[in-house]
Design a protein around this ligand. Sequence first.
Ligand SMILES: [Zn+2]
Length: 610
Amino acid sequence: MSRDPATKSGPRTRARVGALTLDQLLALLAHAGLIDERVTVDVQMKAASQRKRLERERDKAGRGDVPVTWAEVIASFRLPARGSGLITEARVQQTVAAAAGVPFVTIDPLKVEPKSVTETVSFAYARRNRLLPLGVEDGRMTLAVDDPYARDVIVTMANRAGMPVDVVVAVATDIQRVLDEVFRFRASVTGAVAELGDLGTDFGNLEQLVRISAGKNVESDDRHVVHAVDFLLRYALDQRASDLHIEPKREMSHVRLRIDGVLHKVQELPRVVHNAVVSRIKTLARLDIAEKRRPQDGRIKLAHREDEVELRISTMPTAFGEKAVIRFFDPQVLFQSVDQLGLFAAELEQFRSFIRRPNGLILVTGPTGSGKTTTLYSALRAIASPTVNVCTIEDPIEMVVEAFNQTAVNTRLGLTFDSLLRTLLRQDPDVIMVGEVRDGETARNAIQAALTGHLVLATVHTNDAPSTIGRMIDLGAEPFMLASTLVGVISQRLLRKVCLNCRQETSLSSEQASALGLELRKGEQFPVYEGAGCPRCRGTGLQGRLGVFEVMPLSEKLRKLVVEGADAGEIGRQANRDGVLSLRQAAIKKLALGITSFDEVLRVTVESSF
Ligand SMILES: [Zn+2]
């Protein structure tokens, strides 16, 4: 095989791109019947400049030492494959594996043996050559590469390992991700353990070490702990995690991330490192590192990409030591343009008309973690301007926004939702956000504020839009007053989206259809998508979340029902006649559009109450 001339030289030392040339890859794809002559010629023409563009992006992201492969270049064109689907990097690599007669694997980061990685190869070498030792069994090493034709690299690895190597093919991007994830982090941890050992310190009490780094001269002793924590925080952000848990157990300490609402165990730390890691986090949050018996909480600001991300830290003593939980407030998640929240076109128009109102009450409802804050913040940001005074009362302030005047509830100081709301009305507000209505005084004052010319947005804990009316009245709201101020109710949940990287088309079985209350005629199909599971979605088949909404404007008929004290059932039926989709109906619509999965619709929504 000839070396690709394009990789021979360049202004910077960019790594080799491998033995397989672009032309050879395209020939393999054509031979497999995935692309035709026209596509081949088209890609050949555009590939070089496309690769330069991808390299510039990578440089900007500070990962200039990671080579851009031809498989990535081809995948970046998002070419339709003949038959179905797109030519993804995985598709290219499967073709390469088949041609080379070696297995194609999807790497499971949790199954990689970090020891066999760190003992045989340096991070730089592995990264440059895109290889990842997956483990050793019966005196043979399994080595994942993206290019099985790069013989010299494979021979070098066999020599270093001192054992025969079985080659498997994987996706280069996945190899790089796992290298970053497993190798770098574990290397920091291993380094920390080794150096802590050298110091001969008491392993249970390592604050001393962290304190050194708080001083001016950062000693090399603790750089591993600093790296490990830095890595964990950035890794959590890259994974779009909402929470990072560091939990001491008897033998090890577990690191878990909450991604799209579900916890995933991502790392294990030796006990000796746990304390140093928690202390480092406490130092960053300016907490008292000597205090371990009392829960503490603090904040860290972290620059991430273009934004400043706010981290809220909470520590708590547990049976095996101090547990730390870090909650991430990513502005990209908390602030979205209202048209990106997941509302269908008609609902979006209604929602926009709600927040254009000069006065009235808008209620947003749903359980904790249903995306209410994102909806409210996004709405407030759409409203906020130099001519509008936007005030919020929150418990606690989720994210500090300069454009708003935010006040936190503090019951110890007597600052409750209710008392703050009364004070706020003397502050000449235009728009008021009440974090939560949970008592009669707050309910009545919110309505009063709406009646006296303010636009009030508030959340209430109820399961759907129709039952919110009854909840407000139970709290002590006057039905007539409520009916005359309420603009509308929005109930919401977050649905996980099907992973775009591994989704497959399938159709609902008749049992599944009837579980959703759908009646399929004989032979009728209901096509849906499901994720097969891949490294990008951590095998869940789902990635990212999107709101699903019940947007109920208060029509004249509904207004009348509210005054008459109608129950949720009657209100729901009228809402449905008004054209309001229930959460379940809206979720089914998203299922039909291929956005979410059947299981997710069942998990997140209940049978329609109307
Ligand atoms: Zn996936």
